[in-house]
Design a protein around this ligand. Structure first.
Ligand code: ATP
Length: 199
């Protein structure tokens, strides 16, 4: 599986639609200071579900929407699509290509799509689990991340190893099942309370 394309529209400095094609191998992005190189990697993290506006150098999520210049009006929507080649079916979908899209409105509301079908963030997150691609995945190593990993506590670093081993999905399902058991246990206690009041 590899990254094929990134489409950015209305995101940060990219008011016009920009379509970046990635060939197999290494791609370098060069340009003068402030031309938007970091905005490209931020667009990738954002479309993969980044929730922290601060880590995208903003205060709130709407800050990613193009704010306008002297020559161009601000926009109301930011949209990014990322396309992966899925010939190896690393993503468990029967498609040769998988396109993930995220859109945000000035109201702060976000929408997600998998191959143009609307989905919840949770579904997108589950799709990317154990692939190393998610926003916390090891496929994206930003500045300072290596130091961060070295200084992490064992439990935190284990998350990265779990992702590489492909067991995050099972861990997450186990956590959900445990929460359900806990809720059921609380309901049972409540029912027993009511029963003892009735007796
Ligand atoms: P450097 O080489 O200095 O690190 P860079 O090429 O990585 O720079 P970025 O940091 O990606 O550049 O882009 C910064 C530019 O993006 C700034 O000019 C900033 O005004 C612009 N920018 C950021 N957010 C928005 C926004 N919401 N609307 C319009 N422009 C924005």
């Amino acid at each position: 599986m590899y990254l094929k394309r990134l489409e950015i529209k209305g995101f940060k400095s990219f008011a016009h639609k920009v379509d970046i094609q990635f060939e197999k191998g290494i791609t370098g992005i060069v340009g003068p200071n402030g031309c938007g190189k970091s905005n490209i990697t931020e667009a990738m993290r954002w479309v993969l579900g980044e929730q922290s506006a601060k880590s995208l150098r903003g205060h709130k999520m709407e800050d990613v929407i193009f704010t306008g210049t002297d020559k161009r009006r601000a926009m109301g929507i930011a949209e990014v699509s990322i396309v992966f080649d899925n010939a190896t079916r690393k993503l468990p979908l029967a498609f040769e290509e998988v396109c993930l899209t995220r859109r945000v409105y000035r109201s702060g509301e976000s929408e997600y799509f998998i191959n143009n079908s609307s989905c919840r963030r949770k579904e997108l997150k589950e799709l990317l689990m154990d692939t190393g691609i998610g926003k916390e995945g090891y496929s994206m190593i930003s500045q300072g991340r290596i130091d961060e990993i070295i200084n992490q506590k064992g439990e935190e670093r284990r998350l990265l190893i779990d992702e590489a081993a492909g067991i995050v999905k099972y861990r997450s399902r186990k956590d959900e099942a445990e929460k359900k058991i806990q809720r059921t246990h609380e309901h049972l206690l409540r029912i027993n309370d009511i029963l003892s009041e009735l007796n």
